[in-house]
Each structure stands twice: as structure tokens, then as C-alpha cells.
Design a protein around this ligand. Structure first.
Ligand code: PLP
Length: 375
């Protein structure tokens, strides 16, 4: 029998399986308590106007709880708009970069923002690259007024520090799409810390959120007042004005907001970012320690300090990782496949705050069982 068929026939004993088999890196596990909150909210909120009090109160609660979770310094504001982090890149090219941006690009997502900033009204961006699995320091560049890199590069599982570049007047703009609420950091070290809710925050896609400093708000206002053409949907000034009223420019997905608010409340109740980052560190360490222990697996990210606590990438040697992922999937353990364009013999596992560390232990036992059967 060909090995690919064998993978599909392996039955992992129920006693080894995790209670919840969702280990994706986005969309990621939604806890059932969030879905209960969605059902509870359905009569009062779903299908009602986003310009009226109940939905505005929901948005207001999301904004307050994001600020609390991330430890917003005095004067920082929580902005939101439609379109996810991908829309935010275009919005930033229109409304946040004044002349030129400098980017760290050591994976798919960092590179995508750099590409969005290649706009005809801006000087070509400065891009600092590093091979997949590593990272680099973004150097001070002549005339750059935005410095940008991902807090967590989801395509490779590399976490980078959030720390200002020594370039007075420039803004530090951090892609926290998969990091927000899962990796501890000092919010005062960033001017814009933006993210989407479908990763560590366990909600659905379609929104972007950003914690913005007074300097960033000032920059947004100044560019909006200039004669630069800015499409309204991508206008950060419109996002500032609408966010202050606890609304979005156009209709948001209400279910996404309800799931997000529920997750934020849960995380803040449990102990906020110190609690959440402790939990993701514990879950990811189980996997990294295991991969260093067994002969057939190795953490993809060589430098331990760069290893992400929320997205764990593990290379396999002598075992076909695609077969392992296929066998896991046949047993209800899903989305452990690597980032599609990375092309490595690898598993990628989301260890976001919603994932129980005991489920990570069960996942490891399940992988060992599968590898043993695959021979
Ligand atoms: C998923 C992801 C994105 C893209 O988010 P969308 O909401 O799908 O646009 C951007 N950056 C990082 C780091 C991501 O993980």
C-alpha cells in the first residue's frame, strides 16, 4: 500500500487525542464559551444597526479591552476598520507613511507590507531581508519616517522584539496580527501595533485593529490634511474619527465583534497579557523541547530567542511531514500543515492563548503515534 494511503488509515487511540483538534495559525481555534456568548448575544445584537447604542457599546468594550490587554500608555487610542491586516497595509501606504518606509522582511507577511509601500507617491521602501527562519535588525535609513516589521512572522514562526529604532520623529509600526495578546511587549515601544482578530484573539477575519500613539494620530491627521489622494475606505483619518465614536466607516461583521469581545474579556479576566503570554510560552515550549529531544524532528527556527511562542514550526527528517499532517487530519487534528509557500518538510502548529497546554501534550503523543505507524 502506498504511504499516502497508509497515512489516511492510521487510527489514533481516543485516549491520546486532544480534546480539541484545531491547531491552525489563522483562522484559529474559537473556544466554545465564545460561541455561547455569540448565541446569547444573537437576539440583542445580531441583525441590529451598527449606528445604535447596543453595537456601539460592543465596539466601545472591544476598544477598552484591547487597551487594557495591551497596556496602552496614556494618550494611545484603539482604532478599527474593515478589511483585515491586508487592508491596513494599503491604508498605511496612503495615510501613515509620509515619504518613505523601512521594512523588516523575513517571511511572507513582512514582505507583503513592504510591497504595499511601493506606492508611486512614496520613495521606494528600504527593505531589510533575512532568510526564512531567521530575522534581522532594521537599520536606521535616510529619510525613512516609518519603520515596520512583524512582531510574529506567522509564515515561519519567528518572533522579533518590539523596540524603537533610533530615528527621532519616525513611527514604529508593528504587524501584530498573530502576536497580539499572545506575546508580552511594551506598548510604548510602538506607535502603531496593528492586528486582526482571527489568530490569537480567536475570532473571525475581516477587521483590522490598531493601538495608535499620539504621534501616529498626529501623522495621520497631517497627511489627511495634505493634498494626497486617499480613497475613503483606506483613510486612517476616517478610521480615527469613526473609532472615537465606537463605530466603523462601513458595516462591520457583528459576529466577529461579539466573538472578539468575549475573548478579550476572558483574557483580561484570566490575568491579561502576563497570563496569556505565560500560557503560550508553556504550550510552545512543550513542542520545542520535544522537537529537540526526538531524532526525527528539529525546531525550524535555529535561534531559541527567535522562536515564536504562538506559531511553532518543526522540521522533520526521515519522516514525511505531509503524511503526518494527513494522518492527523484524518483523526480530527487539523491545520498542522506548514505555510504553503515555505515548501519545507515541516509542521506548523498554532499555540495561541485559546489552546490548552494539555491539548499540546496530547498532540505530541498523537504525532509520536503516527510517526511510529508510518515506520
Ligand atoms: C494573517 C496575517 C496577516 C494577514 O491578515 P488578514 O487579516 O488575513 O489580512 C498579516 N500579517 C500577519 C503577521 C499575519 O499573521
Amino acid at each position: 500500500m502506498p504511504v499516502t494511503d497508509l497515512a489516511q488509515t492510521i487510527q489514533i487511540p481516543a485516549t491520546l487525542l486532544p480534546a480539541d483538534g484545531r491547531f491552525g495559525c489563522g483562522p484559529s481555534r474559537v473556544r466554545s464559551a465564545q460561541v455561547d456568548d455569540l448565541v446569547a448575544a444573537s437576539r440583542a445584537l445580531l441583525g441590529t444597526s451598527h449606528r445604535q447604542k447596543p453595537v456601539k457599546a460592543l465596539v466601545g468594550s472591544v476598544r477598552e479591552q484591547v487597551a487594557a490587554l495591551l497596556g496602552a500608555p496614556e494618550g494611545y487610542e484603539v482604532l478599527l476598520g474593515n478589511g483585515g491586516s491586508t487592508a491596513f497595509w494599503d491604508a498605511a501606504a496612503f495615510g501613515l507613511v509620509e515619504r518613505r518606509s523601512a521594512h523588516g522582511a523575513w517571511g511572507e507577511f513582512g514582505a507583503k507590507f513592504a510591497k504595499a509601500a511601493k506606492a508611486p507617491w512614496l520613495t521606494a521602501p528600504a527593505v531589510t531581508e533575512a532568510p526564512a527562519g531567521g530575522r534581522a535588525e532594521v537599520p536606521v535609513v535616510d529619510d525613512a519616517d516609518v519603520y515596520a516589521w512583524p512582531h510574529n512572522e506567522t509564515s515561519t514562526g519567528v518572533a522579533a522584539p518590539v523596540r524603537r529604532v533610533a530615528a527621532p520623529g519616525a513611527l514604529t509600526v508593528i504587524d501584530a496580527t498573530s502576536a497580539a495578546g499572545g506575546i508580552a511587549f511594551d506598548a510604548a515601544e510602538a506607535d502603531v501595533y496593528y492586528f486582526a482578530p482571527q489568530k490569537n484573539l480567536g475570532s473571525d477575519g475581516g477587521l483590522w485593529l490598531a493601538l495608535a500613539s499620539p504621534a501616529a494620530i498626529e501623522r495621520i491627521g497631517r497627511i489627511a490634511a495634505s493634498d494626497r489622494y486617499i480613497p475613503e475606505f483606506l483613510s486612517l483619518q476616517a478610521a480615527v474619527e469613526n473609532s472615537r465614536l465606537d463605530q466603523t466607516l462601513n458595516t462591520p461583521a457583528l459576529a466577529t465583534l461579539v466573538l472578539l469581545e468575549s475573548q478579550l474579556r476572558w483574557m483580561n479576566d484570566q490575568g491579561g497579557l502576563p497570563w496569556a503570554s505565560g500560557r503560550t510560552a508553556a504550550s510552545s515550549s512543550l513542542l520545542y523541547d520535544w522537537a529537540e529531544r526526538v531524532a526525527y524532528a528539529t525546531p525550524f527556527v535555529a535561534a531559541p530567542e527567535d522562536r515564536s511562542p504562538v506559531v511553532v514550526t518543526i522540521d522533520f527528517d526521515g519522516v514525511d511531514a505531509a503524511d503526518v499532517a494527513r494522518a492527523l487530519r484524518a483523526n480530527g487534528i487539523v491545520d498542522t500543515e506548514p505555510y504553503r509557500k515555505l515548501g519545507r518538510n515541516q509542521l506548523r502548529i498554532g499555540t495561541f492563548a485559546s489552546v490548552e497546554p494539555s491539548d499540546v501534550e496530547a498532540l505530541i503523543a498523537s504525532i509520536e503515534f503516527v510517526v511510529d505507524r508510518l515506520g
